[in-house]
Design a binder for this molecule. Structure first.
Ligand code: PMP
Length: 445
């Protein structure tokens, strides 16, 4: 995860990551074993016992980079870019304008609405375009909270939600009870704990569909069954699920669902909220009354067209992409496991996003691995990629200790990932892990 718009979005304790040191420079990764938390630049973390001196061979940028961070974002697909381009210049009309260019833009937006709806089994009228999943999550929670019956004053979430749900829930006006339901060691919602947490005071239940860090899939239909039994509104953050695996909102029976284009080869800064027909919410933005008054603001026509094109592309490719990705992911893990001692898997062994692999490298900080393997783009499981020493709330909720949680990396494969890249990644990781472990041993002796 990254700071400021990255995997977990900006948070007060996230400091922007400084530029990588120049090629050939020396970075020093420190590990604090005294339990005190000190904020320092990522490559100069305060150390008490161990110092990892990492020689950067190159900055690894550009050509040759092995990109295994598709849960953070994906490249825009050619077809998507092609669909978007005219809407920047030749067809630049405002979709709210009554003239012909405006009506053309409005028609393109409605086509995109159909494409998005079709991907998730919704009706076009149930799609509200937003600036992404952060906004969709906020709109869902704030909007449903504002119309709750006065007798309902509680919200229930899981311990592994994205911050865009956790913090949005904590900030709901007048909220006094956000119940955080635990997950099991695989990161999956504990359904019996969920059931126990529910009563007729619960206004909203919001449970993530697929976790962004470890990829574990939640049984959303079961969540909905339990939540609806007490009359709660159900929201799911399906940002990581949509476009990677198939889903139908009616199978899940959710009232609200968030998605984001840039997780499935669409552009950044555009997403949608599925708002089931009949479900009321109040708008979070007021103004020109776009999106049926639920989300005012001039529509981002190129972005929305891109989201629609990405949705159509995903719908076409989903069935074919899933099995090979899963196979590559599993072979990658087997190769890591057989090459590097002290490697273990985080997340559900089978019920996991087809592209996601979160791995612990015992005794080696994930940040140290990333810093000394600049040819590889992956991410740590921690809540912030920068200097924050805060370990991942997801891994902690799954029962890992703070130190173990710092020793994890998330690899997320994409449609263009090759076996050769994964093989090379294993080779790089093997060398880095061995080097850092050797240095750790020297420092400790
Ligand atoms: N929820 C989840 C599970 C995510 O992975 C992300 C993206 N990091 C978001 C919400 C926020 O999405 P966006 O970048 O579209 O605001």
């Amino acid at each position: 995860m990254t700071c400021g718009g990255g995997e977990d979005g900006p948070a007060p304790w996230c400091h922007p990551r400084p530029p990588r040191p120049d090629s050939g420079s020396i970075g020093v990764c420190f590990r604090n074993t005294m339990g005190s938390e000190r904020h320092a630049p990522w490559h100069l973390r305060t150390n008490v016992h161990m110092v990892f001196v990492v020689i950067f061979a190159s900055d690894g940028g550009g050509a040759g980079m092995i990109y295994l961070d598709h849960n953070a974002t994906t490249p825009v697909a050619d077809e998507v870019l092609g669909a978007m381009l005219p809407w920047f210049q030749s067809d630049f009309g405002n979709a709210s304008s009554a003239h012909i260019p405006g009506r053309r833009a409005a028609a393109a937006v409605e086509h995109a609405r159909e494409q998005v709806a079709s991907l998730i089994g919704a009706a076009p009228g149930e799609i509200v375009f937003t600036s992404g999943a952060t906004e969709a999550n906020n709109l869902a929670l704030q909007g449903a909270w504002a119309v709750r019956p006065s007798t309902r004053d509680r919200v229930v979430v899981s311990a592994v939600e994205h911050k865009a749900v956790l913090e949005a829930a904590a900030e709901l006006p007048g909220i006094t009870d956000v119940t955080v339901v635990p997950v099991d060691r695989h990161g999956r919602i504990d359904l019996s704990a969920l059931e126990k947490s529910l009563d007729d005071r619960v206004a909203i239940v919001s449970i993530i569909a697929a976790n962004n860090e470890v990829g574990t899939l939640n049984p959303i239909a079961d969540v909905t069954r339990l939540a609806k039994a007490v009359g709660a509104v159900v929201h799911t953050d399906a940002t990581q699920w949509v476009g990677k695996q198939s889903l139908a909102v009616d199978d899940w029976n959710v009232d609200l669902l968030s998605l984001s284009a840039h997780k499935f080869y669409g552009p950044k800064g555009v997403g949608a909220l599925f708002l089931r027909r009949g479900q009321r919410i109040v708008p979070s933005l007021y103004g020109g009354g776009q999106e049926r008054g639920i989300r005012s603001g001039t529509l981002n026509v190129p972005g929305i067209v891109g989201l629609g094109a990405a949705a159509e592309l995903a719908a076409r490719r989903l069935a074919n992409d899933e099995a090979p990705l899963k196979q590559m992911r599993d072979i990658f893990f087997l190769e890591l496991e057989s090459t590097i001692p002290g490697v273990s898997l985080n997340g559900h062994p089978t019920d996991r996003l087809c592209n996601t692999l979160n791995v612990r490298f015992e005794g080696v900080e994930g940040e140290a691995i990333l810093a000394s393997t600049p040819e590889l783009a992956a991410s740590t499981g921690s809540a912030c990629e920068s200097a924050s020493p805060t370990p991942s709330h997801v891994l902690l909720a799954m029962g890992l200790g703070r130190e173990a949680a710092d020793e994890c990396l998330r690899f997320s494969l994409g449609r263009d990932t090759t076996n050769a890249e994964l093989h090379e990644a294993v080779r790089l990781l093997e060398a880095t892990v061995a080097r850092v472990r050797a240095l750790t041993a020297v420092m400790g002796s």
